[in-house]
Design a protein around this ligand. Sequence first.
Ligand SMILES: Nc1nc2c([nH]c(=O)n2[C@@H]2O[C@H](COP(=O)(O)OP(=O)(O)OP(=O)(O)O)[C@@H](O)[C@H]2O)c(=O)[nH]1
Length: 132
Amino acid sequence: MTPLLVTAAILIKNQKILVAQRKHSDELNGKWEFPGGKVEANENTKECLKRELYEEFGINTAINDYLGESIYDYGSKIIHLQAYFVSHISGDIQVRVHEQIRWVSLSELEGLDWAPADVSLVNQLRTYFQLK
Ligand SMILES: Nc1nc2c([nH]c(=O)n2[C@@H]2O[C@H](COP(=O)(O)OP(=O)(O)OP(=O)(O)O)[C@@H](O)[C@H]2O)c(=O)[nH]1
């Protein structure tokens, strides 16, 4: 099975990280994730992330450093997540596709019910900021 390439945004403001909860109707039923989505045929990962953040929240962003990746086998599909640090450039956040969003501190990340593929990214983020 070919892994699906999916991007994820680490958007930090006032030392809080933006996290988003998938809809309860969704396949990952209310799990928390870093916003982003599937890379389309005509774009690279950074272009994908900018597009997804505009579609999901109506915001313009700049895509910065690469954090890392997580490859997770859900059984029916394999997700290859690639995460980047992102800056919010303009536009007020409108929650268009998620159940809700939250701004959480690094230490609060661990208490959320994450999509399984994201657990490794959360750990990488904590390591990046040397919380482990
Ligand atoms: N965006 C995003 N997707 C994730 C994360 N973790 C994770 O397992 N996924 C999975 O990766 C896939 C990406 O789906 P998506 O629904 O966000 O992407 P999309 O907007 O391009 O999809 P669509 O066009 O089908 O609505 C889903 O299967 C989702 O369950 C994450 O942190 N962010």
